[in-house]
Ligand binder design. Structure first.
Ligand SMILES: Cc1cc2nc3c(=O)[nH]c(=O)nc-3n(C[C@H](O)[C@H](O)[C@H](O)COP(=O)(O)O)c2cc1C
Length: 316
């Protein structure tokens, strides 16, 4: 709550919570990315803030669209129109195992994602703007003609609707997408209001933004409808020197905990005790870039930007 209030005072546009429904593989070195359910956390934060946007990540694979639509709409009403949904397909087998499942191939997960977002948006739109009358004088609560079932049946998910929730002040929660790859771009192009990119250089950020704008055009949308947020991890202090010192000090605390992640990215088991030593020639020989390294094009042509276990997604 304190961080959310500080971010609001600092004029941040929104708070972005990742979601990883599982426990870290290396709990001794690596703290869990998040320990509390993001929707419940944001519901609490909504009460202690007034303006900042509240964006939570939610899986399209391990949630029913009705639940997702209901929860985000609830948060939207509670927060007076500040909710956003970062729709992710979830690619980690550890998460799948927590739902008694295995990770389905990417085409299937994205097919379900398309259906899930379409159903969620239809449910959010199941009340027309002026359907809620709430007029004690005439005893009319709502205009039934303006509240319609959606009756959508997909291959993976379905819903009848309508949602029992009147429109929020912003109409509907906004949809975020994060991460690249052809499938991710297809999703962003069709539905996203905003995209968060894991970006490491200005050129890379520009290329990602261009790709998203093109995806919007390919989907028949105006590219200005999608806002692109390049993920940055700032260090803030009174002067540049102090900010750099602060960054280095933070790094000193964080680096040892990130050694297993670095190992996963290089395909090597790395030891924290080795942190100040160069890799041995044997280790260099054996190193293989993970498919999840930003910018690494895997054999499927898909550029998975993040999503491997242990990835530190920037939180805006
Ligand atoms: C900024 C950013 C934040 C992300 N946050 C999450 C997250 O919270 N949970 C998650 O499962 N994936 C997250 N991802 C991963 C992607 O949404 C996506 O799942 C990943 O790139 C793998 O894609 P795939 O489903 O095509 O295999 C994030 C990616 C980025 C770039």
């Amino acid at each position: 709550m304190r961080y959310a209030q500080a971010a609001e005072r600092g004029k941040f546009a929104f708070l972005f919570l990742p979601d990883f429904a599982g426990m870290s593989k290396a709990p001794e070195q690596e703290a869990p990315m998040l320990t509390l359910d993001p929707m419940m956390t944001l519901a609490a934060i909504a009460r202690g803030t007034e303006r900042i946007g509240l964006v939570a990540t939610g899986s399209t694979t391990f949630n029913e669209p009705y639940n997702t639509a209901r929860q985000f709409k609830t948060l939207d009403v509670m927060s007076h129109g500040r909710a956003g949904w970062n729709a992710v397909t979830t690619s980690d087998p550890l998460v799948a195992a927590n739902y008694g499942q295995e990770i389905a191939p990417r085409p299937e997960r994205y097919e379900r994602a398309h259906e899930t977002i379409q159903i969620a948006q239809a449910l959010w739109g199941s009340w027309e703007k002026d359907a809620w009358i709430k007029d004690p004088a005439t005893s009319r609560f709502a205009d039934a003609d303006k509240i319609q079932p959606i009756n959508l049946q997909g291959k993976h998910v379905a819903s009848r609707g309508p949602l029992p929730i009147p429109p929020s002040e912003q109409g509907q929660p906004v949809v975020f997408q994060a991460g690249g790859g052809d499938y991710g771009l297809g999703l962003a192009g069709r539905y996203a209001n905003a995209v968060i990119g894991a970006t490491f250089t200005i050129e890379d950020a520009k290329a990602q933004r261009d790709a998203i704008r093109k995806a919007a055009v390919d989907a028949g949308r105006n590219p200005d409808e999608i806002k692109f947020f390049a993920g940055v991890m700032p260090a803030i202090a009174g002067s540049k020197r102090e900010a750099l010192d602060r960054r280095v000090a933070l790094g000193r605390e964080v680096f040892p905990a990130r050694v297993p992640y670095l190992g996963a990215m290089l395909g090597l088991p790395l030891d924290v005790a080795q942190i100040d030593e160069p890799l041995t020639p044997e280790q260099l020989e054996a190193a293989r870039p993970s498919r999840s390294i930003p910018g690494h094009s895997g054999p499927t042509k898909s550029r998975a930007r993040a999503g491997a276990f242990g990835t530190s997604w920037p939180t805006a």
